[in-house]
Design a protein around this ligand. Sequence first.
Ligand code: ATP
Ligand code: MG
Length: 367
Amino acid sequence: MSDFEFVVPDFSAVRYPVNVVADMLNVSVPSIKKYEKDMALEVERQTTGVQSRRYSLANIFDIAAHRRENGLIKKLARPVTLTVHVKKGGVAKTTLAVNLAIQLSLAGYKTLLIDNDPQGDATSMLGFDPDLSIAELEEMGQPSSRAVERHFGHLFKFGGAFTGHELNDVIKKPFGENGLHLIPSDESLDDLNVALTNANNSDFRFGLLLEHARLGKLPNCNLADYDFVIFDCPPSSTVASRNALVACDYIVTPVRMDRLSVKGLSRLTQSLSVFEEDYNRAPTPIVVPTMFQKSRLRTQRNLAMLMQHFNTRVTDSRLHHSEDYPKAMDEGYPVSLWKGASPAIRNEFRELATEIIQRIMSDVGEK
Ligand SMILES: Nc1ncnc2c1ncn2[C@@H]1O[C@H](COP(=O)(O)OP(=O)(O)OP(=O)(O)O)[C@@H](O)[C@H]1O
Ligand SMILES: [Mg+2]
């Protein structure tokens, strides 16, 4: 299908009113106005009627960064890697990975999202096109910056196409410097699986790259600044997803409240214990109930079963089932940034991110 048939958002053109911005950043309207003054931030004004302020996404993420720089957020004692994974398709993994990355950056944390799925869904959700070349985009009158030319594999030196590209040639910044950063993917990410299979220590390559890049030891790729790295994985078990599991501190698993999804999770408990035997460590699970329908008896029964298996690892925050998700996607927006979303749905992700930050902070400590 041609991309022509999809709505393509221009993230640089969207504007938000101050009350929505306050909601997104979880601060009061007077605080927003104060930060704006302190930062001498230039905010557009509506030209007709009441000249209210209209904030761009770059404005919003700049305010988040200002809060960080001024010590208004708690800093983590060390950087943390999260891998969103479960061996089940269509259970909102990518929705969770993308919106969590957005929320962490709104909370002031420097966040890198790595699309580790050759389907490139996280990449598409953030406005890029894994299927079209620069020439095709230009022909369609679309900016060439929407094209995906490199993926995570290109940061490695395995020979062939993998020559250790510069991070700057790989990374995308859909909401400006202070928004989340993305390492995109396209179907050629499959080649990374082949390269990993043939490499020494094939399950440990992501972990080693992150470790060295965070210490500033790689000339092409410095990741020292990021508080959070998040991998979005495919539903299948590839060498690349195994790598992301070995590299991470936390495995974030969305669970739909139906019998098969909940049952599928008992496999996760098993694979985590096998993982522990194989690698001498296992990531801590964070289980997120999603597509939740509060009133259904079935939902309650499945939730009880989930709590039995994972107990304190299940988040108190739940993501409810809502038509806002497909509607936001139709307009090309992640739900957290879609103006048409009901505030309750948009804020659920903020509450989830707050809870996840608190859980991680109590494990790794504050700087
Ligand atoms: N809370 C929700 N309520 C309703 N629909 C949702 C919700 N969360 C996600 N969806 C929808 O579910 C579909 C699948 O979501 P998503 O692509 O995130 O799943 P996935 O697990 O990453 O899939 P895959 O296994 O293909 O990688 C999408 O159409 C998304 O909009
Ligand atoms: Mg996905």
